[in-house]
Design a protein around this ligand. Sequence first.
Ligand code: SME
Length: 162
Amino acid sequence: MAHEITVPRRASREEAYASLLPQLAALMEDEPDLIANLANFAAALHQAFAFHWVGFYRMVDGELVLGPFQGPVACTRISLDRGVCGAAARERRTILVPDVEQFPGHIACSALSRSEIVVPLVLGDQVPLVLDVDSEHRDYFSATDERYLGQVVALIRARHFA
Ligand code: SME
């Protein structure tokens, strides 16, 4: 069956997220494989928002390993003591970085990244994966992104880690 993501033209970012969320839930409905669903989520977010980079890092043997993504090639492994991704996983909370040059330890996978948000999937004291989104613009992400990207991760949690 063909799947297509559509968001209303000229939608605000909030409207776009609100339209996207049920489509993401529907995309996962018939597919039990985590990687397949992460791959489609990365594609859908990239298509809807034209983010510079959007993707997942999975926790494998105590470090974050690159998972499905859309955008330029990226670092394959991030230890928990490094980067925005490592901090979000270690602290088990969403980290929004308005200016990556001001974040000590930021890992510049792409020289074009200027701001970033990382949302961990928290399961008790475990973080099996994080969602990372990068923008070429400073100050690109807001509480709206934090809220809705949190809901995106909650969908994955409910489907695969409940
Ligand atoms: N900038 C991230 C690394 C991952 S890439 O942005 C895709 C970080 O500091 O953790």
